[in-house]
Unconditional design. Structure first.
Ligand code: HEM
Length: 406
């Protein structure tokens, strides 16, 4: 398949810059994804919000609504197939989607999340002890911003500590657009096998964790099949850490670039505001996997015919001047938040938002309380970002701890 559409991602340009460039053309633009596959990108706040409000009606997630995937137009070995055909909560619609969301929601109540606070704080304190022990030059990504969300989500779902790194690597491989197709499929298979094995283990030896709770729901006839259960686990485990990892990374970079904002956050304990502004300013979800048009539809004035794929670009929606004015690209924790789309909107609103908010606020408050003179040991312009257009964040953040007397 070849088209004459603009390429996405573009060679030698970061995906956000490409999206901002394309947004000059129209709020919704048809582009060519790797493999010559055409799909639309929604690039403004208004267009993204309109699409999210149409979820489960005009916009569907079941890939069978994208004929090109099955009629030979898109090759069998297209690298993004593994993600697009995921077979989980986010690729289901209507009643199935509501049923699975309901099951997760019952296990994942705000009260249960709130009760995690002391444990999360304990994990943070332990990680910061290790950061301090490692000394200047320590890489904050593996040591803190990645370690914390991995630890919390794995503990919640009863995944042993020795499997955390594997889960992290599988996720990063699957979400990278640079992963060759055969590696993407092999990774998906390995992760699925791991999750099936986890379910069997929790059936034999249940614990006080969410996987055991979901296994019990299945066995008590809650209309949940084992494949659906594995699909729910897949999404909760992947979405439940990858996004928070990158949110923390972006917050550290934004605060390093804006020392006045850091001083304000420290002086007035405004870590919740830092989290909200980071969600708006540099969303860790660049775009989610595709939605498909159930009928001909017009979004922000642009017509998209039935049976097409659309990606909503959260990252571009957060810095849209039409929504946030001239200061859209300024990191400002005093900004009045008027409804950023950081956790989505409508029927697919993020299930993990309370956990992500709690974890991130505690992590940033503790990091800067313990290390008030923390600084990046790398020029922010030289930071490498993950090679993915689904979720993006810093790959490595070497820091100086500021502990030695000057
Ligand atoms: C900073 C952290 C996070 C961000 C920025 C984030 C963002 C989002 C966004 C934008 C969506 C909507 C996706 C769409 O358009 O289809 C979403 C959905 C979802 N999120 Fe999060 N998320 C975060 C953390 C979490 C955590 C910690 C969990 C689980 C523990 C989680 C689980 C989910 C699930 C299961 C969905 C799918 C909901 C559905 O399809 O109905 N997320 N998230």
């Amino acid at each position: 398949m070849t088209t004459h559409l603009p390429s996405f991602p573009a060679v030698n340009e970061n995906p956000l810059d490409t999206c901002l460039r394309l947004r000059e053309i129209a709020p919704v633009v048809e582009v060519e994804f790797p493999g010559g596959v055409p799909a639309y990108l929604a690039l403004t706040h208004k267009a993204v919000r309109e699409i999210l409000a149409g979820d489960n009606k005009t916009f569907l997630r079941d890939p069978r609504h994208w004929p090109a995937l099955y009629d030979g137009s898109i090759p069998e070995d297209w690298p993004l197939r593994a993600i697009v055909q995921g077979g989980h909560l986010s690729t289901m619609d209507g009643g199935d989607h509501r049923r699975l969301r309901g099951l997760v929601g019952r296990a994942f109540t705000p009260a249960r999340v709130q009760a995690l606070e002391p444990r999360i704080q304990q994990i943070i304190d332990g990680l910061l002890d290790d950061v301090v022990a490692a000394g200047d030059g320590v890489d904050l990504v593996p040591a803190f911003t990645e370690a914390l969300p991995m630890w919390v989500i794995c503990e919640l779902f009863g995944i042993p500590a020795e499997d955390r790194l594997r889960l992290r690597n599988w996720t990063a491989t699957l979400l990278a657009h640079t992963t060759p197709p055969e590696v993407a499929f092999a990774t998906q298979n390995e992760l699925q096998a791991f999750l099936h094995e986890l379910v069997e283990r929790k059936q034999r030896e249940p614990g006080d964790d969410l996987t055991s709770g979901l296994v019990q729901a299945r066995d008590e006839g809650d209309r949940l099949t084992t494949d659906e259960l594995v699909g729910v686990l897949w999404l909760m485990l992947v979405a439940g850490h990858e996004t928070t990892v990158h949110l923390l990374g972006y917050a550290v970079v934004a605060l390093a670039r804006n020392p006045g904002q850091l001083r304000l956050a420290m002086a007035e304990d405004r870590w919740a505001d830092v989290v909200e502004e980071t969600l708006r300013y540099r969303h860790s979800v660049m775009m989610t996997s595709f939605r498909f048009t159930a009928e001909d539809v017009t979004v922000a004035g642009v017509r998209i015919p039935k049976g097409n794929a659309v990606g909503v670009v959260y990252q571009a929606s957060g810095v849209d001047p039409a929504e946030y004015g001239d200061s859209a690209d300024r990191f400002d924790i005093t900004r009045e938040q008027t409804g950023h789309l950081g956790f989505g909107h409508g029927p697919r609103y993020c299930i993990g938002a309370p956990l992500a908010r709690l974890e991130s606020r505690l992590a940033l408050a503790s990091l800067y309380r313990r290390l008030p003179r923390l600084s990046l040991a790398i020029d922010p312009d030289d930071i490498a970002y993950s090679p993915s257009f689904f979720t993006i964040g810093p790959l490595s953040l070497p820091v100086d701890l500021g502990l030695t007397a000057s």
